[in-house]
Structure formats: C-alpha cells, structure tokens
Write a protein that binds this ligand. Structure first.
Ligand SMILES: NC(=O)c1ccc[n+]([C@@H]2O[C@H](COP(=O)([O-])OP(=O)(O)OC[C@H]3O[C@@H](n4cnc5c(N)ncnc54)[C@H](O)[C@@H]3O)[C@@H](O)[C@H]2O)c1
Ligand SMILES: O=C(O)C[C@H](O)C(=O)O
Length: 346
C-alpha cells in the first residue's frame, strides 16, 4: 500500500515536472520568433511526409496544410504528435488565401508528378497554371513570405512564379526559390557510398537546374576531395542527373520521388528558417534569379538571412569539363525560363 502511494507520488512528481517543462518550453517558443509554414499540395506524396518532418522541427510553430483534396484527416492525425506545432488544415481553392495568410514560408508541392517515359517538361501545361495561381496569391497575401517551389518542371515554373508575382505587383527575387536540394542530397548519398564515408560528411555544390544535364555536380569542389578517376566521376554524375528517372521507373507508374524529396525539402526549409532567425547555416544550393551565368535563373550555393537570400556565392571554381557542362546547362535553362515567361504573357 505504502509502496503504491510512493509510486503514485513519484509518478505525479514526474508528471508535474513534465508539465512545467512543457509550459516553460512553449513560453520560450512564444517569446522567441518562430514560424508559420504553409505547404500547398500537402495531401500529396511529398506533402504528407514533408508535413510530418516539419512538425518535428522546433522552428515551426504553425503548419498550414492546403490541398484541393481534403487535408482534415491527416491534419488531425499530425495534430496528435506531441510537439508544440499547431496544425491548420485548409481545403480547396477558396481556402488557399487563408492557408497563405500570415505564413513566413510557403512550400509548393501542388501539381502532377511524372510517369515512366515522361520528361519533367511534359508536366508544364498542367503544373504551370497551378504554380502561377499560388505565386500570385502569395504576392498579394504574404508578400514577405519565402517561397520554395518543388513542383516540376522546376526549370520553367520558377520563371512562371516570378512573372505571376511581378503581375501581382510584388516580386522579390531574394524570396523565390526553385528547390533543387534533392540533387545535392543524391550527390552526397552516392559519393558517400562510393567513398565509404557518411553522406553527412560530404559537401558538394550542385549547380544549374533540376532536369537531366542541367544538373551539374561540381566534383572538383567536393569535400573531402573525391577519390576516383574521370570514368568514375562521369558514372556518378550520370546517376545524379537521372536519379529522378531511377525512382520513377522503380515506382512503375505510381509517381516519382516523395520521401527523399520530403527529406530534401525539410532540410531546405530548415535552412530558410535559420536564415530568418539570423542563425548560421551551411550554404544550400537553390534555383534562383541570378546573374552568375546568361541564364536568368540558375542554382548556386546561397546563404540565407532575414530577407531570404543574404549572399549568392555564385559559381564555384570549376575544371574544364565542368565549365563545358555548365555551358550545356545554361543553354537549356535559358529556353526553360523563356517558356515560363511566354506562358505568363498568354
Ligand atoms: N523539385 C524536386 O526535386 C521534385 C522532386 C520530386 C517531385 N517533384 C514534383 O513535385 C510535385 C508533387 O509531387 P507528388 O509526388 O507530391 O505528387 P502528388 O500527386 O502525390 O501530390 C500532389 C498534390 O497536389 C495537389 N494539388 C493539385 N493541384 C492543386 C492546387 N491547385 N492546389 C493545391 N493542391 C493541389 C493534389 O491534390 C495532390 O495532393 C510534382 O510536380 C513532382 O514532379 C519535384
Ligand atoms: O524525377 C521526377 O520527376 C521527380 C523529381 O524531379 C526527382 O528528381 O526525383
């Protein structure tokens, strides 16, 4: 009897401590500036695991989940996770405004993924209008928000978003990003496997865009220095450039990369939030308006601050082979951007 009372007392003490800890944590969290992140396309293959990963990030205190499919069910499911993050589900065209209002970051995953045999560019006609609509609303309702575009074809729809925002009277090139982090994540993974080291320890800039030969990993700047001959580099470059196809083929008609993309997007969102908070973070590559090359948009390593891009580190030093690859990428990217601009003229 006495033993049981003692147990109960200890249990109560533990619970009280836990409650006090939680109260002090949530107080701390409301005192420091934390972030509302909106995921548009949240019910999809990328959206759901991205939402889950963001729920576990202490910098996210409110998660707005929007989709043209209902987000009620998985939103409720997420809302039971014991983090301080509040989940706000939104549904359909009419609620997009509410989802965007007050958001510090808007991650756009809305749109079709490709099927085997299709290029990313094949998705343009379906996805460009979706991106245009969301970008236009962000410009009007949350002009200070940082916008990450995951929807394909990234190489063209980022230009669509920029034009849509210009039309809406509010475009800030420092706040608009095509998310190319998955190419970096793949590069780290494949190089780590090849060199038998942890992928976390691999740093490599992947510049250009996000499709085929527009993806240019700069092996000459790999840290630690890459160990392997030209043939080996060419094979890994090819694998990074066709990583998306590898997944599309393996999923056999059931979509494209979702989990690895969610991981990459969560990492990129974290880097943006650290920038907003003024915290240091290793540079991340993203596809942004740029004068690094002749292409209007180009991915290079970036540092982030409270207004989005703090510093564009530009093109890293490159060897002759890498310079040639960049030239090929630039020619293709100029066409992709022009396609986006042309679409918005119509
Ligand atoms: N940038 C990258 O590295 C990368 C990586 C993987 C996938 N993608 C792209 O991301 C996109 C999404 O992929 P997924 O696998 O999540 O697809 P999915 O079909 O599983 O999910 C897309 C979601 O978008 C929603 N949606 C469609 N139109 C909408 C609108 N107007 N407003 C709000 N929501 C809308 C759909 O209802 C769906 O839930 C695709 O275009 C895909 O090609 C990009
Ligand atoms: O390949 C795709 O269509 C999806 C994405 O762009 C990827 O690289 O996995």
């Amino acid at each position: 009897m006495f033993k049981n009372q003692l147990k109960l007392t200890n249990f109560s003490k533990t619970r009280l401590c836990w409650q006090l800890y939680q109260a002090s944590t949530s107080q701390r969290l409301t005192q420091t500036r934390q972030f509302r992140v909106a995921v548009v396309g949240a019910a999809g293959g990328i959206g759901q695991p991205l939402a889950l990963l963001l729920m576990t990030n202490k910098l996210v205190t409110e998660l707005a989940l929007h989709d043209t499919e209902t987000t009620q069910g998985f939103g409720k499911d997420l809302s039971h996770i014991s983090t301080v993050c509040k989940v706000k589900p939104y549904f359909g065209e009419t609620e997009l405004k509410k989802a965007i209002d007050g958001s510090h970051i808007v991650m756009i995953t809305a749109g079709m993924p490709r099927k085997p045999g299709q290029t990313r560019d094949f998705l343009f006609d379906t996805n460009a209008p979706i991106v245009a609509r969301v970008a236009c609303l962000v410009a009007k309702r949350a002009p200070k928000a940082l916008v990450g575009i995951i929807t394909n074809p990234v190489n063209a729809v980022v230009a669509v978003a920029a034009e849509a925002m210009k039309k809406a009277g509010c475009y800030d090139p420092n706040r608009l990003f095509g998310v190319t982090t998955l190419d970096v994540v793949r590069a780290e993974k494949f190089i780590g496997e090849h060199m038998n080291i942890h992928p976390y320890d691999v740093r490599i800039p992947v510049v250009g865009g996000h499709a085929g030969t527009t993806i240019v990993p700069i092996f000459s700047q790999c840290q630690p220095p890459f160990e392997g001959d030209e043939k080996c580099i060419a094979a890994i470059v090819k694998r990074i450039q066709t990583g998306g196809d590898e997944v599309v083929k393996a999923k056999a008609g059931k979509g494209s990369a979702t989990l690895s993309m969610a991981y990459a997007a969560a990492r990129f969102t974290n880097a943006l939030m650290r920038g907003l908070k003024g915290k240091a973070c290793a540079p991340e590559c993203a596809y942004v308006q740029s004068d690094a090359t002749d292409a209007p948009f180009f991915s290079t390593p970036l540092s982030f601050g409270k207004d989005g891009i703090k510093k564009n580190h530009g093109l890293p030093e490159m060897n002759e082979s890498e310079k040639k690859q960049v030239k090929v990428a630039v020619d293709a990217l100029k066409k992709s951007a022009a396609k986006g601009v042309e679409f918005m003229k119509k």
